[in-house]
Write a protein that binds this ligand. Structure first.
Ligand code: GLN
Length: 456
């Protein structure tokens, strides 16, 4: 903890942390030492981590990357935070992210952008950008992130680390500031699949405080990862594993360097015993309009609580109650958040609901059904995480739609609620990292982690 606090301070120009808390970290480290001395250590006791600033914490401020929540202090810990604390981890602070987790580059943070350690002139991806930077720059061995439409997988891909978004419902959303509640899911980001498995086991599990929490007994994902190997040989650990390649994940427009790195990783998986099969996810492109209707719709509803009364920034001067709401929200929210509130309010409004929101919901069901057809032919689906490597800072300032389009390969699994992961697949142009995406069936995290572990 002491060494990593110093390292985080020395590397502050990377913008990974919104709040680095030396005092709280040292106190937690002392508690971990005491637990170890008392013979109560778990595998995670004393392991330094940090949380995406979308998880509320009682001992540190929480901003969700927004000016709206500047100075906010939660009276309680998010369930994910509480569970990792119980497991003995030591939190160093809160990590930078896009405002309310809306974005793909961490440039929508109301505070400062995070920078990609591989090339500080480039974005680290988002919205869990600070989380990815902290692991990639070796400031921390593991961190938490959240993924609504790719926010764990895409920054993991852009920074060459490993991240997993589990099946919707595996991690509790209690205390995770809501963006799009039917899509939001927490997950770990770390250097390896094995470290992700250990963190996920500690942070997941049924929580009666989250109505969509999956009612399952506690899972040992590390044991599941190892069990998935049983029956296979050391030389061919993936013997019998069928990996489906959706043809829509390899379009002609896919950047050649990404295509090359992903195909290289697939060849490795084949050498490890897996068989590759062609499959189809015919509605892949439609996942973009579907997601960018459903997610803003839910966001417009979720963010109505930030009214300057119950939560958040309140304007200093106003005429009456309505004026106070208007001024507080106009001042507190950034441009991307306002854009999504407007889109969401529009698609939910009378007369447009049937034309947009209802159609999107129907397509969402069809996208989930397409996956089930694929899983009759394969055990795991593989493809790129993102169509390109990390782009330069400010490259998308003029056109936010570009970032939406780049979410094409992560949105389908999010809409279906399926687990997805990003595993380093080598490098593309300028030596920048490329991630391989693995998507599993519901609750098949063990299989995903096993495939990723074999590759690593
Ligand atoms: N890039 C997507 C968006 O902007 C996904 C964000 C996320 O997963 N939180 O909505």
């Amino acid at each position: 903890t002491t060494a990593l606090l110093a390292r985080a301070e020395a590397q502050s120009a990377l913008g990974a942390f919104l709040h680095l808390d030396r005092e709280a970290a040292l106190a937690a480290a002392a508690a971990a030492d005491a637990a170890r001395a008392a013979g109560q250590a778990t595998v995670l006791t004393g392991v330094p981590i940090a949380h995406k600033d979308i998880f509320v914490t009682a001992d540190m401020p929480t901003t969700a990357g927004s000016k709206m929540l500047a100075g906010y202090r939660s009276p309680f810990d998010a369930t994910v935070v509480a569970r990792l604390k119980t497991a003995g981890t030591v939190s160093l602070g809160k990590l930078n992210c896009d405002e309310f987790a809306m974005g793909s580059a961490n440039e929508n943070s109301a505070y400062f952008p995070a920078k990609n350690p591989w090339d500080t002139g480039r974005v680290p991806g988002g919205s869990s950008g600070g989380s990815a930077v902290a692991v990639a720059a070796r400031l921390l061995p593991g961190v938490t992130g959240t993924d609504t439409g790719g926010s764990i997988r895409q920054p993991a891909s852009f920074t060459g680390i490993t991240g997993i978004k589990p099946t919707y419902g595996v991690c509790s959303r209690y205390g995770m500031i809501a963006f799009a509640s039917s899509l939001d899911q927490a997950g770990p980001m770390a250097r390896s699949a094995e470290d992700c498995a250990l963190l996920l086991s500690a942070m997941s599990g049924f929580d009666e405080r989250d109505a969509t929490s999956a009612q399952r007994p506690p899972q040992d994902f590390h044991a599941q990862m190892l069990a998935a190997r049983e029956g296979a040989t050391a030389a061919k650990p993936l013997q019998g594993l069928r990996i489906g390649l959706p043809r829509e994940f390899f379009p002609a427009v896919l950047a050649a360097d990404v295509d090359g790195a992903v195909r290289g990783a697939l060849a490795e998986l084949e050498k490890l015993g897996a068989t590759l099969v062609d499959v189809s996810l015919p509605r892949t492109e439609l996942s973009i309009p579907v997601y960018y209707i459903i997610a803003p719709a839910e966001a417009s509803s979720n963010l109505s609580r930030f009214d300057g009364v119950k939560f958040g920034h309140r304007a200093a001067r106003y005429d009456d109650l309505l004026d106070m709401y208007k001024k507080s929200r106009a001042e507190g929210f950034g441009a991307e958040v306002k854009r999504r509130i407007m889109i969401g309010t529009y698609v939910l409004s009378h007369g447009y609901y049937d034309a947009y929101y209802l159609q999107a919901q129907k397509l969402r069901r069809m996208i989930a059904d397409d996956f089930q057809r694929c899983f009759q032919q394969c055990d795991v689906i593989a493809g790129p995480v993102a169509p390109t490597v990390a782009w330069p800072l400010h490259a998308q300032d003029a056109d936010p739609l570009q970032a939406y389009l780049a979410d094409i390969f992560t949105l389908p699994a999010s809409l279906a609620g399926l687990p997805g992961m990003s595993v380093p697949a080598g490098t593309g142009a300028n030596g920048l990292p490329v991630g391989l995406q693995l998507i599993g069936n519901y609750f098949a995290e063990g299989t995903l982690l096993h495939a990723a572990h074999a590759l690593q």
